[in-house]
Design a protein around this ligand. Structure first.
Ligand SMILES: Cc1cc2nc3c(=O)[nH]c(=O)nc-3n(C[C@H](O)[C@H](O)[C@H](O)COP(=O)(O)OP(=O)(O)OC[C@H]3O[C@@H](n4cnc5c(N)ncnc54)[C@H](O)[C@@H]3O)c2cc1C
Length: 501
């Protein structure tokens, strides 16, 4: 999709062109078929900062990119909409703690551990957790089997990441929202990003850079720069989900409850033979105490399409932070087909509905479920995490077939990796990723990271969206950006011959 189509597709009207290629976005007010537009022209935006590398978005990808670049001694600015780095895993409350995969990921996990932010549960503390239908991660295990599940405290984790950036000398700008781009004059082949425009407490400001990195999680910088991309929702018939094209995989808003007495919950589950709390849910539904969409039936499909996220049929929780605290998943109904990443109405509808669901679920738990009487909502994620935003089309697009067939590449960024693929129900596959997946088409000084990589939707979602990999891709992008600056070349000219990991 080109820039023009992007503007159309996302229902954002280009209200004015200011200088060359700079447009101001906004959701049009629509009356019938008429668009009501205002024109802002000639507005001057002050350039308040400049750096070698400008990273937009401080999630796992953007955080690691800024950290690596700053550590390599190039001036680095990170622009982040919320008040800490970490994205879905801090502001979004996910807190995924995993065994270190090397580099910044291992360093971060060790530091989170050392600073006391990691909470681990095993079958010793939770004998009824493995195989429990309420368990987000362990429901598939044999009841009573051993397990170990660790998470990090999202707020504490955000503080650690913030400190790491400061220590490295990266300038992180929190509560700064990227809204726009200023492009240099296009050459025959490519265009070059000159500056990003951010909105902050002072109004609109521009930040100039030499190399830019997209860590937005939804390829927003790539899209606004005119790089081609595929919109979320492109499910392929081969997944068994025929007929559901243009349904982006649902986003999710996470929230936490404290004061839960889990032993009482499991006693109830066993004594009443009501493992999924279906009896209590039916009673509450009949009494009009929960909306019918809250615990809706599963949709068909295999693995992740059918059983894990889609349909969100019942309560879905995981211990986090310390005894009595649980994190809950609230997913947008898949069939609503909302494009949360690029449609303001969809985003507002989703966020409102998720807040309503959280309120209803918390009330239901307290009123009906033993063990929740004294429980209370402690946090709701600062944002609704997006699982299927824009997918940029880069110099190479890694497909699920590349991964399944272990295709090798001369510019592989890592040694061959072996991962369990959601795609075929967690079978392990060994594969490589080329550097070209970090390079969007058309824009020559932009690098991609995390969930904004040039992968097909299936490859991102079914294989490559997890926290460790997003940190790794961030580190690779930061390394590539800083190396380009040092060599005085564009990231597209960088010769990648040796895997970084
Ligand atoms: C609900 C949910 C649950 C998940 N569960 C797991 C899990 O259990 N384990 C796991 O490993 N992975 C999980 N994932 C996947 C993983 O969290 C994501 O793939 C990963 O966080 C993507 O990293 P990212 O850095 O690309 O983007 P994000 O984490 O989305 O970070 C993007 C950052 O950019 C910022 N940003 C966005 N737009 C702007 C803007 N305009 N201006 C300034 N800043 C901006 C955001 O505020 C955010 O901080 C989950 C994802 C979701 C949505």
């Amino acid at each position: 999709m080109n820039r023009r189509k992007f503007l159309k597709a996302s229902a954002i009207t280009s209200a004015a062109l200011i200088g060359e290629n700079l447009w101001r976005g906004g959701t049009p007010v629509t009356y019938g078929s008429q668009r009501n537009e205002i024109k802002l022209s000639g507005e001057k935006i002050p350039v308040t900062m400049e750096a070698d590398i400008v990273v937009v978005g401080g999630g796992p990808g953007g955080f690691a990119a800024a950290l690596r670049a700053a550590r390599m001694g190039v001036s680095t600015i990170l622009v982040e909409k919320y008040d800490m780095p970490g994205g879905v895993h801090t502001s979004g409350l996910q807190g995924a703690y995993n065994a270190g995969v090397g580099g910044i990921h291992t360093e971060l996990m060790q530091r989170l551990d050392k600073e006391g932010h990691v909470y681990t549960v095993t079958e010793k503390a939770f004998p009824d957790w493995a195989g429990n239908p309420l368990s987000h991660y362990e429901s598939g295990l044999k009841p009573g089997s051993s397990f170990s599940r660790s998470t990090f405290n999202p707020e504490g984790g955000g503080n650690v990441m913030l400190a790491m950036l400061e220590e490295a000398g990266a300038k992180a700008l929190y509560n700064h929202t990227f809204v726009d781009v200023k492009m240099k004059k296009p050459s025959k082949k490519d265009t070059t990003l000159e500056a990003v425009v951010v909105k902050n407490a002072s109004g609109l400001q521009a930040i100039k850079g030499k190399v830019f990195i997209d860590g937005s999680g939804t390829a927003e910088l790539a899209a606004r720069s005119g790089a081609p991309f595929a919109r979320g929702g492109g499910l392929q018939p081969s997944t068994g989900a025929a007929g559901r094209q243009n349904w982006p995989l649902p986003g999710g808003l996470l929230w936490i409850m404290g004061g839960v007495e889990f032993e009482e919950v499991s006693q109830y589950q066993k004594s009443q033979n009501d493992l999924a709390l279906s009896k209590l849910i039916s009673t509450a539904l009949a009494a009009g105490d929960i909306p019918p969409e809250l615990f809706r039936p599963r949709l068909e499909g295999k693995c992740v399409y059918g059983n894990l996220y889609i349909g969100h049929p019942t309560l879905d929780m995981n211990p986090i932070q310390g005894p009595g605290n649980f994190i809950f998943w609230e997913n947008v109904p898949y069939e609503w087909a909302l494009h949360i990443d690029d449609n303001a109405n969809d985003e507002a509808r989703a966020k409102t509905a998720m807040r309503r669901f959280i309120d209803a679920e918390a009330r239901f738990l307290k009123k009906y479920v033993p063990g929740f009487k004294n429980a209370f909502i402690t946090n709701v994620g600062r944002y609704l995490g997006i699982r299927d935003g824009r997918h940029p089309i880069g110099e190479y697009v890694l497909s699920i077939d590349d991964a399944l067939n272990s295709r090798t590449f001369p510019d592989a960024v890592t040694k061959p990796m072996t991962k369990n693929f959601h795609w075929d129900c967690y079978k392990p596959h060994t594969f490589e990723v080329p550097y070209r997946c970090f390079l969007p088409q058309k824009v020559n000084n932009l690098l991609l990271t995390g969930a904004s990589m040039s992968f097909t939707y299936e490859t991102i979602f079914m294989v490559m969206r997890n926290f460790p990999w997003c940190i790794q891709t961030g580190e690779i992008a930061g390394y590539a950006g800083a190396s380009s600056i040092k060599q005085g070349i564009a990231p597209k000219e960088l010769k990648w011959t040796t895997p970084l990991f």
